[in-house]
Write a protein of this length. Sequence first.
Length: 199
Amino acid sequence: MQDESKRRSNRERSEATRAQLVAAARRLFVDKGYAETGTPEIVAAAGVTRGALYHHFADKQALFRAVVESESRRVAAEIEAAAPRDMPVREALVAGGRAFLDAMREPGRTRLLLLDGPAVLGRGDMDAIDAAIGGMRSLREGLAAAMAARTIRRMPLDAVTLLLSSAYDRAALAVEAGADPDIFMDVLAAFVDGLAAPG
């Protein structure tokens, strides 16, 4: 029993250290950018040793990936909270899109997920993360449900998901730069309505 308690305690300490590193790295990557942030700054901000950093992450890029994955999960959670499975599919697509734009207004998110992420990890890796755990996964599920319900036309799902996701990303960048989110949401909702199955 004592061994189990010790293992749990060690695991909890390890998870806490990892979380400290991810949180400190996020703050620095947002404030300074990936290129200008050094690992000594990260470990100092996290209050851990360099050994602890390299125990959890192979290098700065691996730590950045963990930050991106954490942010992607948060965005997806906000979308899914705004568009529950029992909501009518058209309304869920629109509500999910609004939630995405709202989620991306969190300070630093557009920089992490739409600017530095593709530059550091590459477009392919960013798309893979987004498709596995992020907003693109949520969008794909919503589009699949809409096609299954014949609310929107049946089309190649991956292509529709990628194109609509790209439109949402560009809208998030525009809103970050000061554009009116309501204007972009109206246009994006019109895109969704334009996919409607023939009546």
